[in-house]
Design a protein around this ligand. Structure first.
Ligand SMILES: C[S@@+](CC[C@H](N)C(=O)[O-])C[C@H]1O[C@@H](n2cnc3c(N)ncnc32)[C@H](O)[C@@H]1O
Length: 351
């Protein structure tokens, strides 16, 4: 389909190169709209067809490397590479957890003059999934009207006391308070400056681009929410890819122990093809400088995995956390965390 569309465009390209008008030709305006939807290899092919397309593709590449979040986050999160020639990583961006995409999210415009619409994936987000009774009323969480006198941390809010031991609870859609409420720390998006930089041995990593104080919210781990069956299938497939070529997967399994202590809820999040900047966080055997917390919005069925600074973090410091303790494979992938407690291999676990 793409070839059919581009053939007439490149023919008119030749025609328009001969034109010496002041106005930008319509075909170039069309190209500006269409080319940001292409993958890097498609873009590379198109850039060979004529000078005008080459220039547009170059601009798109620059825009892509200047903001991995494509305008979905409050702040641009650029790529920096002084190691090799890869300008950016191509994946579909979602600022929050989404239900497995099916065919709806195969393409995303990235690198156009206009930033992506923040509502672009919101219809697919699962955060508003609630436990409701037959009348449609919320049967979990709280519906406090206001958290006004609870301070910026939201400590006194009834919602913050609903959580289990390793889960924090924030105000949700059923609460009367707004986004300014102190008990919605992780809902305001990324508010610290971050960048993605390339390391010779570990590949891309997420770095602080400012001083970050202990306790500050960094980002959530966003991606596709998978069934355990699908997660196992993908895990096997990613393992095969990793053994044949350099490939980085970002499939995370989180277990939430339910208050009874007898059961646990398993959450599989795959950020490999569809995810946010958290997919670039590398492992450190000493636990790194990030702590993870499951955060549930009042009334929401599923918690979200959120990263907070576990210590003060300096500008240019890499953000890392521990991928886990279990090392099932004796010859697992080598770990280059460089911490004094490094095990030598990355954690690995059967999913
Ligand atoms: C979630 S991704 C992190 C981003 C990844 N570095 C990239 O380039 O996209 C996980 C992968 O990063 C690499 N990685 C993470 N931590 C590492 C470490 N401490 N040492 C070596 N490689 C690491 C491994 O290839 C791992 O499978």
């Amino acid at each position: 389909m793409m070839r059919l569309m581009l053939e007439p465009l490149s023919k008119s390209c030749k025609f328009n190169e001969e034109e010496k008008g002041d106005k930008r030709p319509v075909f170039l305006q069309c190209a500006e709209l269409i080319l940001p939807w292409l993958t890097p290899s498609e873009l590379a092919n198109v850039s060979l067809t004529c000078k005008a397309f080459y220039q547009i593709c170059k601009t798109i590449t620059l825009r892509r490397s200047s903001d991995s979040s494509r305008g979905f986050e409050n702040l641009a999160i650029p790529f920096h590479n002084t190691v090799d020639t890869h300008p950016y990583v191509f994946f579909i961006y979602t600022p929050s957890l989404i239900i497995s995409s099916g065919s709806q999210l195969r393409r995303q415009s990235w690198g156009s003059e206009f930033p992506a619409s923040p509502n672009w994936v919101s219809d697919l987000a699962v955060e508003t999934v609630s436990l409701v009774d037959e009348k449609g009323e919320s049967v979990s969480g709280c519906d406090c009207e206001t958290c006004g006198d609870v301070g910026d941390e939201g400590n006194g809010c009834p919602c913050s006391r609903l959580a289990g031991l390793d889960v924090a609870s924030e105000c949700g859609p059923s609460c009367g308070c707004g986004l300014k409420c102190g008990n919605r720390l992780s809902q305001k998006g990324i508010s610290v400056r971050l960048k993605i930089a390339r390391d010779k041995r570990k590949g891309w990593g997420l770095y602080a681009d400012q001083l970050i104080q202990k306790g500050q919210f960094i980002c959530e781990y966003a991606g596709e929410l998978l069934t355990t069956e699908e997660a196992r299938k993908r895990h096997k497939y990613y393992d095969e890819l990793t053994s044949h070529a350099h490939f980085s997967s970002a499939l995370l399994v989180v277990r939430e122990h339910l208050p009874s202590g007898k059961a646990c809820l398993r959450i599989n999040i795959d950020a490999t093809s569809i995810g946010n900047v958290a997919r670039f966080i590398n492992h450190s055997c000493d636990g790194g400088n990030l702590s993870t917390k499951l955060v549930r919005r009042s009334g929401a069925l599923l918690p979200r995995l959120c990263f907070f600074a576990s210590k003060d973090i300096q500008e240019d410091e890499e953000l890392t956390f521990s991928y886990g303790e279990i090392r099932k494979r004796p010859r697992g992938l080598p770990c280059f965390c460089d911490s004094s407690s490094c095990f030598g291999t990355l954690p690995s676990e059967e999913t």
